[in-house]
Structure formats: C-alpha cells, structure tokens
Design a protein around this ligand. Structure first.
Ligand code: MOS
Length: 774
C-alpha cells in the first residue's frame, strides 16, 4: 500500500479519548465519537455473500459423515444392539454403541449441586431421542442407511411425560429416589401473611407457559479431525473454550491437545453453550475411522435432544393497597428440566423476588423429572415465564385498584436488588425511565383513552398492553483477555476468544477499538473464537458478551496507545506525558508542530508489531448491574375468530450504553419476535397418554412466529442513564432482557381488548375462541 494510503487505517481528524497512565483506570467515555453509531456489521459482506464459513460448510479431504441412532421411546432399556448388518453396508467405516470398548464414556448431567452420572450411550434411555449408537460413512445417506440397519432390542418401560403428574403416588420413578430433582426450594423475606393482612385487594391466579424449542436456523453440529493425538473440532457453538474443556474432560485429553474453532454460527439462544453428545461422538468416530467426521443434526433431532425452555406451572397470590403499594407476593412454580437435572425452574421466580418493591415475598420452586429431552438455558432462562405470571398479575391488580398499569409499576421501583443477600444497590435502575419514556413514545395514555372512548363495539376490538422486566444475569463479569496487535504500517488486528453468536459482537468490539485509536472500524482485522489462536473466553451467553469483552478490548487499545506514546517520546526526544494520541499519529500537546505518524515510529518499524493486552477488571463491589425494560404493544382481536393481530410494539430498554445502534435495534426486534413466539405460536406437544413422543417435531407443526405474526411497526427506544459504575464502557447487556416482558405485554393487550385473561400460552384462535365464548 502506498505511503499516502496508510492514513486510511485511521479516521482523519477524529478526536480520541485521552490516554490514561499505566496502572490508572481509564476515565468514563462520556459522549462517544463512533461507539453507538448505526454502522453495518464488520462481517456483513461474508454473511450475506455466503463466504462466511460455518461448521456445516467445513469440508476436509476424506471426510466422513456421522449419524446417530436415537431411541424412539420415551423410556426404554437397551437390551441388545446388533450392528453386523449395518457394518457390512457399502461405505460404512465405523459404528459405535454401548458395546464398543472405549467408546462409552461417562456423561454427566448437572444443575446446581445435583449431578447424575449417565453414559454417552446409556443402557437406559430416559427420553425420546437419547443416543443409542452412531455410524460414520462416506455420505450422509449411507450413514443414515446404516443407522436404519442397526437392530436394537428395547424393553420399553412405563413413562411420565407431564410434570404435573410426576409427583403423583402412582407415577413411575425415572431415577432412583423418585422424580424430585431436589427438595422444593423456598425463598422468603418479610412475612407474607402480615403483607396480605395489610392489603386492600388480594388476587390469586394460576398461569402456565408451554415448553419452547430453541430452533436456531443452523442446526447443531461439528466436524472432528485427529492429527496424531491432537484433536481439532469445528463446532457451531457459543463458546469454543467451553467445548474444549467439555471434550478434554470426557475424552481425558490435555486442553492443549483439543482445538475448537467456531468462527461463525447460525444462532443458538442458549442451546449451544456446551459440547453436545454429537461432538464427542464425532471425535470417537473420527478416531476409529481414521478420517475427519462431520455430524450435522437433523431438524427433528434438534427438537428432541439439544434442549428447550421448559414449561412452567405457576401460581401467584398478590396483595396491594389502594395507593398502589405492593404488600405481599406469594409464588409457586412447578417445572421440569426433562429426564435429567437441567434447571427446570431456574430463574422463574426471579422477577417476583426482584422486579418491584415489596417487603413480603415468598417463592417455592419444585423441579421434577419427566421422560423428555433435557432443558438447556434458553434466552433469559426462567424470566419470560415468570414475567407471564407477574406482569399479568400487575395488570390485574392495577385494574382492581383503578390505577393505570404504568402508574402502579412506577409506585414500586426498586433501587436495590431485593432478592439478593444483603440487598445490594443497582449501579443504575432504568425501570422508571423505561416506563415513563416508553409510555410517552408509545402514546400509552392517548391509546388507552381512545380505546375507552370508542367503547366495546363491533367484532374487531383494539387493546393496548404493557409489561416491565429486568434481567438478573446482565452486566458482564471477568475473566476476559484481549490481545490487540498494531503492525508496522499502523493497521490493527484484534484477537479475542469470544464467539459472535450472530449478535454483532465483532462489530461492537471493532467500534471500541475505533473509539480509542481513531481507527477505521472496517479495516480492523478480527481473529476470534479459536482455542488454538485466540485468548480464553467464557461462552457468549447471559447477555454478558459485550459488557464482559468490551472493557478488555478498551484496555488492550489503551495499552497499545501507552506503548506508542513511549516509543514516540524516544523518537521526538520529549516526555511521553507531553504527547497525545491523535488519529493515526502522535502530537505534542504544547507544540503541535512536533508530531509523528504511527507508521513512521522507529521503535515500531524495528519491532514490527506492538502488542497490547487488555484484561476485564472486576465488577463494582457490592453492586448489581442489571438491564431493565418496559414494552408496550397494541393488538386487534377478532372476537368471532379469536385471531389476534399485533399492530405495533415498542421496547424501551435500559441496557446501559448503546454500543452499536444498528445491532442494538436488531436485538430489540429479534427479542420481541421471539417473545411473540412464546405468547402466540410456540408449544412442544408431547403425546402424554399413549406414546410419550413429541408430536410436533418440525417447523410445520411447531409454529415459529413468521413475518405474518410480528408487527411491521416496531420501535426500539434506548434508555441510557450513563452508567459509569458498571464497567469501563458502560454497557449492561441487551440480548436476553428484550424477550422477557413481550408475551405478558401481549396477554395484557388481549385482555384490554376483550376482557378475557389468557393465563396459558400460546394465545391462539382455538383457545381464545373458547374463552371468548365462555
Ligand atoms: Mo443464553 S440462554 O445464556 O445463551
């Protein structure tokens, strides 16, 4: 590149933040130059052109294809697996099952302190879709032919598919000791009896949300390849380092011998936070067949075996004074993580504990086993379920005391996390601003008034509804290590272990580097998500990726700047203190004629590279950083057909600093869309009476929301209170909070339109018609 073009790496004239001294924390950014702007994704071209390499695109010489034989019964003992016929089919190179020596390692399922040791191919299959055997063959078709040629002798066992029946005296036991995962968990503060005695109004209601399947566009899968005793895995994952440690543990390998690469992935929503059985199976098949093995699960397999958002059966009793003061909340939840411990009630009670001011709260959570696929973290685990109950209850309480639903929430804004020990304060609580500014931008008052005035006439009724939320796991946390390399021509390479799970992480990080250095974000090369070449990172989940990685990226950029200033001080024969970094160059603060371009620094030319390292510092002591939200929507209900049309949605979100406006808004639209799925279309249906099998394991019978189900009119309203405590970039996390209040807001709008409260998901025409007729 010609000398004159080198300036292109930097944005001419862009001011950059003052460089902090080594060892001193950087000052908060304040107003930013480029962070927060609506810029296209740094990898937009790769994504839309098809040149981005996803694990399913990886194709290696002599690669074989794996397929997994799965148990067709919800509960069965595997008596015999006969593979002889399958082994002799053309193109079949390896078959493994529980009988294969060295191919059946321990498989641990755990949730909190509860752990159950199973096997990769367990002799007892406790859910439909459990792995029984696996094949590697020359083509996927030959692999599936071989799977079908394996004969399995099953002893089918009685099953229980419904968590509401799992504790009945006549229910079969899925594990020794019965179907309780652990004793019912109880949380309590204050005195609920006293709280109810103080209440002017007490309401009690049961609620239920159905089980949802993650349904990422890219199914789960990997390619495994051995080079001697070194294993490389290309995996569709949220965390390459998590997969590395899972596989190393299970196969008893040193971490250094397992390399996991996951540059691109097509969605996960929590279901790809860990290695799958298919990952270990691919590695074992590759070892036995001597060639790389690719396994991509079928859509049906992803419905059965790689996680779900469990159903929640909830009961909430609430007391309120006429002035809107909540006096007591008493909540119960029965849930299931499926056939193994998997957090069947995790997070469901959190909003009841923490979202609104209330001195007297009790929650009881009971987690049981059923014969169904294990749950996995699913976008804000437990929270949308809890919001479905709490936010409908708040709506009903508001009506009972004749107060506006927004007003009743504004009466109960917390400044501390009441549900946590010691009740630590939040760094910022944007709930009030989300409610107020959201209501104003939506036109809440006018819409309520207009609908009230037009009266309940005609067969198509309008209604507006809203709901609030917080996300308990936001804010990010250590560790994160980032390396930033600045080459001799001034160009920059960012090296980070975290995965970009489709949420724009890479773009956000490029903007952080750009902000500090004045660099052109499009020209920052990013290496990421590869345990062989990038730094340790925890999985991208819990909406923690941006608030976890961005402060480390900022620290690495500052480290580079400090080193460049020191080099420039030697070149210009002045004190480093007297110099400042200015887009693409270094200038004397007192004598602007003394300046040098980065590419001209002699120390940089000599070394060829300056390496900056950034670490994620600790979180503020005794404070909690949580995102808050309020959403508003308008619906139209045809009371003859029960059809609900969602006309518009507004999401007001306090997730701290907006790091990239385009990515931010798209997270809001995506999260609302997913919440509409919970509200209106999605439900796993198990045939509980006869077969115990899932009956809608495909995208025809399991309804994801489409463009026809979501409104064209969606508004994202960022609420940024300028949180300078949360971390050095001010971001609190956005992906998960968005999906929390959506379904409850829809239910409240449907109630407003019809006077019918739908307490179970999904709100579909069949159900709503019946309720309207009643
Ligand atoms: Mo999330 S459910 O931690 O990807």
């Amino acid at each position: 590149m010609a000398e004159s073009e080198k300036g292109l790496y930097y944005i001419e004239g862009m001011p950059v933040p003052e460089t902090s001294k080594p060892g001193e924390p950087p000052k908060p950014w304040g107003k930013t130059q480029i962070v927060g702007k609506a810029v296209p994704r740094v990898d937009a071209y790769e994504r839309v052109s098809g040149s981005a390499v996803y694990p399913a695109d990886v194709s290696l010489p002599n690669m074989l294809y794996g397929a997994i034989l799965r148990c067709p019964h919800p509960h069965a003992r595997v008596k015999k697996v006969s593979v002889e016929k399958a082994l002799h089919l053309p193109g079949v190179s390896a078959i493994i099952s529980s009988d294969t020596p060295g191919a059946n390692p321990t498989w641990t399922y755990s949730s909190g302190s509860v752990e159950i040791q199973s096997r990769l191919f367990d002799p007892v299959c406790r859910f439909e879709g459990e792995a029984v055997a696996a094949v590697a063959a020359e083509t996927p078709y030959r692999a599936w032919d071989a799977v079908r040629a394996i004969a399995v002798d099953y002893e089918t066992l009685p099953f229980v598919a419904d968590e509401r029946l799992a504790l009945k005296p006549d229910a079969i036991s899925i594990h020794k000791g019965g179907n309780r995962v652990e004793p019912t968990k109880i949380y309590a503060r204050g005195d609920v009896a006293k709280g109810f005695a103080e209440a002017d109004v007490i309401l009690e209601q049961e609620y239920r949300t159905e089980c949802e399947i993650h349904s990422p566009i890219e199914p789960h899968g990997c390619v495994a390849n051995w080079d001697g005793n070194r294993l490389t895995i290309w995996e569709s994952t949220q965390g390459v380092y998590r997969v590395q440690s899972n596989v190393a543990d299970i196969l008893n390998l040193p971490l250094s011998m397992v390399r996991v690469i996951g540059h691109y992935m097509g969605g996960a929503f929590g279901s790809k936070l860990q290695a799958g059985k298919y990952t270990v199976i691919a590695a074992l098949l590759a070892k036995r067949s001597g060639g790389p093995v690719k396994i991509t699960l079928s859509r049906e397999e992803t419905f059965l075996a790689v996680g779900n958002r469990p159903a929640a059966n909830m009961k909430l009793k609430a007391g309120i004074k006429k002035d809107g003061t909540l006096t007591a909340l008493d909540f119960e939840c029965l849930g299931t993580g499926g056939a193994y411990p998997a957090g069947g009630t995790s997070g469901v009670d959190w909003l009841v504990r923490d979202l609104y001011l209330c001195s007297n709260v009790r929650t009881k959570s009971t987690d049981v086993y059923v014969n169904a696929g294990p749950a996995r973290a699913f976008r804000a685990p437990g929270h949308p379920q809890g919001a479905w109950a709490l936010e409908q209850m708040m709506d009903a309480l508001a009506e009972a005391i004749r107060m506006d639903p927004v007003e009743v929430r504004l009466k109960n804004i917390p400044s501390v996390s009441q549900g946590r020990k010691g009740q630590p304060p939040y760094t910022t609580t944007g709930l009030k601003e989300c409610l107020k500014e959201g209501a104003a931008a939506f036109g809440w008052q006018q819409a309520r008034k207009q609908i009230a005035e037009s009266g309940k006439k005609g067969t198509v009724r309008r209604g507006v509804g809203m709901a609030g939320a917080l996300w308990a796991a936001g804010g990010g946390r250590p560790p994160s290590t980032i390396i930033l390399k600045l080459f001799s021509d001034g160009s920059v390479n960012l090296n980070m272990g975290a995965s970009d799970i489709g949420t724009g992480t890479k773009t956000v990080m490029a903007l952080v580097v750009a902000e500090e250095l004045g660099a052109n974000p499009d020209l920052i090369q990013i290496e990421h998500a590869d345990t062989g070449t990038t730094q340790f990172a925890t999985p991208s989940g819990g909406s923690k990726t941006v608030p976890t990685e961005s402060p480390a990226v900022r620290a690495a950029a500052i480290d580079v700047k400090q080193q460049l200033l020191a080099i420039a001080a030697r070149d210009l024969k002045v004190e480093a203190d007297s110099l400042e970094f200015k887009s693409g160059g270094i200038v004397s603060k007192t004598d602007p004629s003394r300046k040098i371009r980065i590419a001209e620094l002699s120390g940089l030319k000599q070394r060829g590279v300056v390496v900056g390292i950034g670490y994620r510092g600790p979180n503020p002591e005794n404070k909690i950083a949580n995102p808050f939200a309020a959403q508003f929507c308008e619906v139209e209900v045809d009371i003859r057909t029960g059809e609900v049309r969602i006309i518009r949605f507004l999401g007001a979100h306090d997730s701290g600093r907006v790091m990239s406006r385009l990515t931010y808004d798209n997270q809001v639209f995506g999260g609302i869309t997913m919440g509409i799925g919970l509200a209106a279309t999605e439900a796993r249906i198990l045939d509980g009476n006869q077969t115990g099998k899932m009956v809608n394991r495909n995208w025809h019978d399991y309804k994801l929301p489409t463009a026809l189900d979501v409104p064209a009119d969606m508004v994202s309203l960022p609420i940024d209170l300028g949180d300078t405590e949360v971390n050095t970039t001010g971001a609190k996390g956005l992906g998960e909070p968005v999906t929390i209040p959506t379904a409850a807001a829809v239910a409240n709008a449907v109630y407003h339109a019809t006077g019918v409260r739908v307490t179970t998901t999904p709100i579909n025409p069949v159900k709503l018609c019946r309720l309207l007729a009643g």
